[in-house]
Design a binder for this molecule. Sequence first.
Ligand code: HEC
Length: 103
Amino acid sequence: MSIRVRMTAIVAVLLSMLLLAGCGGAATPDPVTPPATGGTAGVLDGSTLVDTVCTKCHSRDRINQASKDLVGWQSTINRMVSQHGAVVTTEEQSAIAIYLSNR
Ligand code: HEC
């Protein structure tokens, strides 16, 4: 076997290794990364929020007993914020109102 043939064989092996490496990468995609969301929007769980934000001054029973539509809950939560000093972001208020009106 001449040196030239041997070199060609080595180049062929190297090339196929490169190709395989490329294909291997395509066949095993990176784990799906969750899309970035602004702040906590989109991942807010209404029930958990009620437990953490709304039970500081009264029990959850008080909330569970009430039945209101979306607008009713929005104005109730507004009252909790403006009159009683509840600390809750706008995003959290929406998530809570949507959750409570859909129970
Ligand atoms: C800083 C204290 C405080 C926090 C925090 C708070 N509340 Fe209240 N809540 C009150 C007080 C005081 C009352 C009784 C006076 C009134 O109804 O305005 C009340 C009454 C209520 C009532 C019964 C009256 C009605 O309108 O049906 C509901 C329901 C209620 N709150 C829901 C909530 C929800 C939902 C949250 C979370 C977003 C919350 N509260 C957070 C102080 C608070």
